[in-house]
Every structure is written in C-alpha cells, then in structure tokens.
Ligand binder design. Structure first.
Ligand code: DC
Length: 227
C-alpha cells in the first residue's frame, strides 16, 4: 500500500495507542506515540528536581533534551538523552504532572516541530490529542477515537489488575480520567477537539480488533481511490 499519514486523536484511555500500534503493524507503517514525548519532558523535569510549576525551567528542559522514539513490536521505546525511560514515563508521578506540562505553549511548539519532522516521509500512524488539528492537518486519514469515561476506566483498571497493580479503585480511575479529559479539553492552547474532517469512532461497545479492522477498512478505501 502506498504510504500516507494517519492521525488518531482522542481522550485518555480510548485505546488509541494499542489501536495505532496495531494499524501501523498491519500496514508496515511507523507508529509514533506523541503522549510519550510530553511524558518524557515531564520525567526529565522531575528527575532534575525542578518544579513543574516553574514554566521557564520546564521550557528550558524541553528545548535541550534529546528525545528518541524507537518503534518496537510491543510498542514504542522512549529514550531521553541516551537513557531508556519507557517504563518510567508511565509512573503515577509523571501521570500527575503531564497534563500541566502539556498545557505550556512553548513546550507544545517544540514537540510539535519534532512530530511534524517525524512524519515528513509519510507512512506514519501518529496518536495524540492535536494530531489532526495541529501536527498533521494534512493527514490523509484522521480518526477521533473515543469511549465513555466508565468504559475507559474499566479498561485501565483491568490493565492494572492484570499487571499486578492493585492500588487504584475503579472509582479513582474514573475520577482521574474525567479530570484529565477536562484539563485536555479546556486548556487554552491546542485543546483536545475533533478535527472537522476526522471520522468519529466510539469504541464503548467495540473490541480493539473491531476498531483496528474498521480503520484498516478505511485505509483500503483510501488506497482504492479515495483522497
Ligand atoms: O496519551 P497520553 O496519556 O500518554 O498523554 C499524556 C498527556 O500528554 C495527556 O495529558 C495529554 C497530553 N498530550 C497532548 O497534550 N498532546 C498530544 N499530542 C499527546 C498527549
């Protein structure tokens, strides 16, 4: 299939990363998880003992750190200044600060520039919050993937239980997801919105393979004479 770019946006826990990785794998495209880049900046700020509320310090970190994304069959590895931080960027501490850091305009500018560069050769499946609107407004296929807050919390709860993490209750996860949705949707710069030309997929009652199949069907339509 000829290479083109796919933008997948949506709220936390909608299954974007799993779906994007599987679609990329099926098409032989490269998967880029942009949330991992915001998480990498957050991890570095915390690791350096800086205060995430000090915007100037956060921007300086975003400017100087080197982020490398390495696609792997089971996801994307994230390296910061030569260190593999893939596991660390998913910590509760990073979760707690990442929305704040992602709301800083200069941080977004720096990361969006890197993201655009990653997609210039086409054949990229990129997931995030502003991919269809800001990063790849010309993406050949745009998907807005969502699901109810309850369903998203349930999925995360199961993931955590399966991984042996039994600290959080379903109710806490629901609250956490609702809070992050609100921050991502209400922030002034690049809020989470569906691009006018993005196709909406509500996965509340769909399995991951069903969502992947639906997107691959759209890709085939595109390759078969669409835009
Ligand atoms: O998808 P995720 O949970 O790894 O994203 C982490 C945070 O980064 C979340 O608060 C939303 C933000 N983010 C963003 O603002 N823009 C993106 N393109 C990707 C993520």
């Amino acid at each position: 299939m000829q290479k083109f770019n796919i933008a997948i946006d949506g709220p936390a826990g909608a299954g974007k990363s799993t779906v994007a990785r599987m679609v990329a794998g099926a098409l032989g495209f490269i998967y880029v998880d942009t949330g991992g880049m915001y998480r990498a900046v957050t991890w570095k700020v915390l690791q350096e003992g800086l205060n995430p509320e000090q915007t100037a310090d956060v921007i300086a970190v975003a400017r100087r750190l080197e982020i490398e994304l390495q696609p792997r069959p089971d996801g994307q590895q994230v390296w910061v200044d030569g260190v593999d931080v893939t596991k660390w960027i998913r910590s509760a501490e990073v979760n707690g600060y990442v929305s704040k850091i992602a709301s800083i305009g200069e941080v977004r500018q720096i990361l969006v520039t890197k993201q655009k560069r990653l997609a210039t050769a086409k054949g990229v499946v990129m997931d995030g919050r502003d991919i269809g609107t800001q990063v790849l407004p010309d993406a050949e296929l745009k998907i807005f993937l969502t699901a109810s807050v309850h369903k998203r919390a349930e999925r995360r709860f199961k993931e955590m239980q399966d991984g042996g993490d039994r600290d959080a209750t379903l109710q806490q996860l629901e609250q956490d997801i609702a809070r992050r949705d609100q921050m991502d949707q209400e922030r002034e710069i690049s809020p989470l919105v569906r691009a006018d030309d993005a196709l909406l997929i509500d996965s509340t009652t769909m399995s991951i393979p069903e969502v992947v199949d639906a997107i691959l069907g759209l890709c085939r339509d595109k390759a078969g004479g669409g835009k």
